[in-house]
Design a protein around this ligand. Sequence first.
Ligand code: 13P
Length: 253
Amino acid sequence: MRRKLIAGNWKMNKITTEAIELANGLKRELYKIDDVDIVVCPPFTSLEEVSEIIYESNIKLGAQNMHWEDNGAFTGEIAPAMLKDLGCKFVILGHSERRQYFHETNEIVNKKTKAALKHNLTPIVCVGETLQEREAGKAFDVIQDHVYNSLEGLTSEETDEVIIAYEPVWAIGTGKTATPEQAQEVHHFIRGLLKKKYSEELAEAIIILYGGSVKPANTKELVGQKDIDGALVGGASLEIKSFSEIVKNASIS
Ligand code: 13P
C-alpha cells in the first residue's frame, strides 16, 4: 500500500524570516497527521532555519535543485552533500521551470537523479508536457521521453527509490488543474511505462505525485484517484492555511 505524500515547492519565495514563520505554522497545524508524508522544499537560503524548526517533527525537508558533482569549481551551484548536511531528505529534480528557463535536459536530470541516489537523497523527478505538446497530441510521447530518459541506466532497486511528479506545464501557476481523470490517465500511463521497463511490482510500489494548481478544494478528488499518490504543490504551499488544508484533505483519518 503506497503512502500519500504532499510536498510544498516554495520556489523562489520567502526570505528567511517568512520561511521561519511558515515552517512554525505548519508544524503547529500538522503535528497530528501520521498517515501522510509531508515535505517542504524552501529555497536554499532558508534550508538551515527550516531544518531546525522541523527537526524530529513529521515534516521532512527537501531542496528544489542541486548539482550532480560532489564538489568542485561550479560557481553558484549546490552539491548533494551540502543538502544532506542541512538535513534534506528529498530533492526536486527536472522541474519544468528548470527545464524551460535553465535549459535542463533529460540528460542533466538523469545525472542529478543518479547523484541524489548516491547521496541517499530521494529524488522527486518532474515530468510533464506543455499545452502545445498536449494540443499536438504529443503528451504521452513527451512523458515517455521524460520518464525513460531521466531514469536511464538506473537499476530497479534505484528506480524504486525515486518519486515521480507529473506536472503538466499548462497547469502550473495557471489555476487550470488537470481534471482528476486527465491526471489519472497519465499516472496510469507512467505506471505502465515502469511496468514495461522494470516490473509490475516496481510499477505498483513507486510514488507518483500530481502537480499543477493543487488547492485545498481539489485535493481530495485528485489524491482519491487510484494512481495518484499525493501532490507537489506550488502557490498553495506558501500559506499555512492552504498547505495544511491540502495535507489534511489528503489524510484519511
Ligand atoms: P502551482 O501549484 O503553483 O501550480 O505549482 C505547481 C508546481 O510547479 C509545483 O512544483
